[in-house]
Design a protein around this ligand. Structure first.
Ligand SMILES: Nc1ncnc2c1ncn2[C@@H]1O[C@H](COP(=O)(O)OP(=O)(O)O)[C@@H](O)[C@H]1O
Ligand SMILES: C=C(OP(=O)(O)O)C(=O)O
Ligand SMILES: [K+]
Ligand SMILES: [Mg+2]
Length: 625
């Protein structure tokens, strides 16, 4: 079968040099005046592309940016049940409601390219709070299985689903596993424990009866008392609180506090000797943790049988051992149909490969993406193979900063972001981006600089942790990420400050090579011609990710026919994912999307577009008719 690269402008869609619009910001529509609170304006609910273009209702919000902006619009009232337009019929198009208004009001160039992930916790688990985050630009909701029960997380997932169904959002769900490194117990229900300078605390592997004895901390790792030595430094949460080990008495380790502070439940523990992280038996801890309750026994046996029969794995203590608490959480994630599973403390590609085959065997359409969290010193040694095996990576700076000297974290971040882009995997920069906003309504200047640097590195996504999970200002923190992202992206685009990155070939077949060449040429043409948007028609999302990888100046409208692919694309830089049914006939796809988008006011005649597709490998340049 021959594959050819088509460059054609259909006669109906030809353009002359003069008809090319000059790229400029905010040139398409006037910016609407803002209201400080959420209001909805009623209008026609028709999504019929041929109906007269009644303006759809809008949800207007000043969400703390000061500048204010229209944030969301759907063809339905936010307070009414879902209208026909959100049902996936062949004559409709699903688009992120927030993006729709952004496009309408501020034009293509103003859309945010950097994606935003919010950790959901007690501060944001309610439907209203989740909706506020979605309106504020949350692309992915992360649930952290370190905290809360499966029932708690299930309710969050249900609410996000309901939000998507009823309000037209496409928020994806990322489940983050607990992982197996050493950490403290849950403090018997207390929200924190304060250690003062010079106090003697006991860290013990014994389980205590409640109430927890004073100045006692339970440790989750049985080998802890044997591994530490008198004189070692014990760091809680990467150094937020420090202790010196002064005595070992059986399972109890007595420590003197040298740096006082607040210890949070399940805080991570590391110990250091002569200035180096101690890698004793804890280095052998499986990546996937093994804490499990008696009620889970049946599932445990089932998981064991899977790995014994399908993987033919011996039951050893190597990190391939698939036990147990994390696997039960993974089963939960698969059953709930989450979009991403993030694996904590990945040490090698092996565990990622096992998880991927486990998912493939257990979930029917196997479209859960696996994200490797780079947070252990071992993962830095195997970076390329881990990222290659994964569907994406997270720079988990919280724990990473406890495993390598803090001053090495920025260069590690830069390297991880770069490798991910080269290997065409989305990358999330996580932890402490706006840490002070857990307590305060404005970030520090240093935090803004840190966020800017991640945006400048062109990471796919930024993540909030405590700021959105349990902070006092989750919406404001999200607004800061949003406004800093948009501002820095614009600045770098206008000043062309970014260095072009060498992008090696990633595919293995000739057809893959064609797709890569098409995407890099299309992105280059888009920049040179100053087009308004790139359109990509993609079944699996691969072609969209290849375009995203090129980080073009204009936004990328990614059209896909399944909701799950659309949600997954929501993590990737610059992609505006739409769900629409399409055929193999590009001309009819283009005509259909043009009329649907025109009817919704998201494009207009004369807009210049470059379209590519993974059905027919071609590049088409055209003005919207
Ligand atoms: N599901 C939850 N239930 C209760 N508290 C949570 C939950 N998720 C997150 N948190 C709180 O938010 C903080 C920050 O979240 P995160 O960074 O994900 O976890 P960690 O601090 O354990 O790395 C946690 O330390 C915890 O106090
Ligand atoms: C994101 C991280 O992981 P977690 O919050 O699960 O510890 C981190 O360590 O930075
Ligand atoms: K975790
Ligand atoms: Mg971590």
């Amino acid at each position: 079968m021959s594959q050819s690269l088509h460059f054609f402008t259909p006669s109906s869609l030809t353009f002359s040099k003069q008809s090319l619009p000059k790229p400029s910001c905010n040139r398409r529509f006037p910016v609407t005046t803002l209201s400080p609170k959420l209001i909805s304006i009623k209008a026609s609910t028709s999504a019929d592309p041929n109906s007269s273009t009644t303006p759809p209702q809008v949800l207007i919000s000043d969400n703390g940016t000061g500048a204010g902006e229209i944030l969301s619009s759907t063809p339905q009232d936010y307070d009414t049940p879902p209208s026909q337009s959100f049902l996936s019929d062949s004559s409709s198009i699903d688009v992120d409601a927030v993006t729709e208004v952004e496009l309408k009001e501020n034009g293509f160039r103003s859309t945010r390219r950097t994606k935003l992930v919010c950790t959901i916790g007690p501060a944001t688990c309610g439907f209203e709070e989740l909706q506020a985050l979605a309106v504020g630009g949350m692309n992915v909701a992360r649930i952290n299985m370190c905290h809360g029960t499966r029932e708690w997380h299930k309710r969050v997932i249900e609410r996000v689903r309901r939000l998507n169904e009823e309000k037209g959002f496409a928020v994806a769900i990322m489940m983050d596993t607990e992982g197996s490194e050493i950490h403290m117990g849950d403090l018997g229900g207390a929200s924190s424990a304060k250690a003062e300078d010079g106090e003697i605390w006991t860290f013990s592997v014994r389980a205590f009866d409640l109430p927890r004895p004073e100045r006692t901390i339970n440790v989750n790792y049985d080998g802890f008392a044997e591994d530490v030595q008198v004189g070692d430094e014990l760091l809680v949460d990467g150094g937020m609180v420090r202790f010196e080990v002064i005595e070992k008495i059986g399972p109890d380790v007595k420590c003197r506090c040298t740096d006082p502070g607040l210890m949070l439940p399940r805080a991570n523990l590391t110990f250091w000797r002569d200035g180096s992280l101690v890698r004793e038996r804890n280095a052998m801890l499986p990546t996937i943790s093994s804490k499990v309750g008696a009620s889970d026994l049946f599932s445990v046996i089932e998981i064991g049988i899977f790995f014994f029969q399908v993987q033919k794995l011996p039951f050893t203590t190597s990190e391939s051992l698939p036990f147990i608490k994390d696997w039960l959480d993974i089963d939960f994630g698969i059953a709930e149909g989450v979009d991403f599973i993030a694996i904590s403390f990945v040490k090698s590609a092996e565990v990622i490969n096992h998880l991927k085959s486990y998912i493939a065997a257990r979930s029917r359409d196997s479209d859960i993406a696996v994200i490797a969290k780079i947070e252990s010193i071992d993962s830095l040694r195997n970076l390329e193979e881990i990222i290659q095996a994964s569907d994406g990576a997270m720079v988990a700076r919280g724990d990473l900063g406890a495993q390598i000297p803090l001053e090495q974290v920025p260069s590690a971040q830069q390297k991880i972001v770069q490798i991910c882009r080269q290997l065409n995997k989305p990358v999330i920069v996580a932890s402490q981006l706006l840490e002070s906003m857990i307590e305060y309504p404005t970030p520090t200047r240093a935090e803004v600089a840190d966020v800017s640097e991640a945006v400048r590195q062109r990471a796919d996504a930024l993540m909030l942790s405590g700021e959105s999970a349990m902070g006092q200002y989750p919406d404001k923190a999200l607004a800061v990420l949003r406004s800093v992202s948009v501002r820095i992206e614009k600045w770098w685009r206008e000043e062309k400050r970014y260095e072009a990155m060498e992008l090696p070939a990633v595919g293995s077949s000739f057809s893959d090579s064609i797709s890569e060449e098409i995407c890099s040429s299309a992105a280059k043409m888009a920049n040179n011609l100053g087009v308004d948007a790139l359109f990509v028609y993609t079944k699996t999302g691969h072609m969209a990710s290849l375009l995203s990888r090129c980080r073009p100046d204009c936004p990328i409208f990614a059209f896909t026919s399944t909701k799950s692919v659309r949600r997954r694309l929501n993590l990737q830089w610059g992609l505006i994912p739409f769900r629409v049914s399409f055929s193999d006939d590009m001309e009819s796809n283009l005509n259909k999307t043009f009329s649907l988008l025109k009817a919704r006011g998201m494009i207009k005649s004369g807009d210049l577009v470059i379209a590519v597709s993974d059905m027919l490998q071609s590049i088409q340049v055209m003005n919207v008719p």
